[in-house]
Design a protein around this ligand. Sequence first.
Ligand SMILES: Nc1ncnc2c1ncn2[C@@H]1O[C@H](COP(=O)(O)OP(=O)(O)O)[C@@H](O)[C@H]1O
Ligand SMILES: [Mg+2]
Length: 233
Amino acid sequence: MLNISQLNVYYGESHILRNVDLNVTAGQMVCLIGRNGVGKTTLLKTIMGLLKPRLGTIKYKGEEIGKRTTDRRAKMGIGYVPQGREIIPRITVKENLLLGLEARPQGRKGKQDIPDHIFELFPVLKTMLSRMGGDLSGGQQQQLAIARALMGEPQLLLLDEPTEGIQPSIILEIENAVKGIIKTTGISVLLVEQHLHFVRQADRYYAMQKGGIVASGSTSELSQDVIQQFLAV
Ligand SMILES: Nc1ncnc2c1ncn2[C@@H]1O[C@H](COP(=O)(O)OP(=O)(O)O)[C@@H](O)[C@H]1O
Ligand SMILES: [Mg+2]
């Protein structure tokens, strides 16, 4: 589904990502872990085309996408929920959701309603459609951000720290929704996450340090050592 090979990314002259290799198989949830500032967000932004790599390749469904625009990548089926959510505060929840339609291959043409499965995953959104995005709690905004990405009908979903700064009861709701998405739609997920319980739901993990992948494997084999080294537990 996603094959990243020898990726090197710079901010100006600072070398951030170093020879990153990472793969996501169709239908898998893969988790990227690592301390603050190691380059996790930089990697997701590069996959989405918001940053350009200096070296290396990104293949999506077998096709090299390194030169595609962000819009094109979205329309090819890559959904992105950025760190910090980026909900538009001064439009309604419904309008925020409909914006997600832009990522469909046909854009906002055609049907403009919100499918039931979105509300099955996030029931709270149904009661809040006419509220302003900015009036929602942090947890509700995160649910809205994920729902908005799903409106684009992605096949690969990139989630950057969806539980950051969110109260524990809602963390579990988000975790269950992501699991539900994978089960019902079969899409693949690349998740950046710090909460161990959520990390364990993934099939595989990659651990990043100073912009390089330094460990990887099945999450069922996550050792105490790896957990202590790469997660803020
Ligand atoms: N816009 C930017 N310009 C310059 N350096 C940046 C920028 N954004 C992030 N960085 C640096 O790149 C490194 C990786 O950041 P980031 O990918 O956000 O890490 P993470 O998501 O793992 O916390 C950090 O050292 C950070 O200071
Ligand atoms: Mg980050």
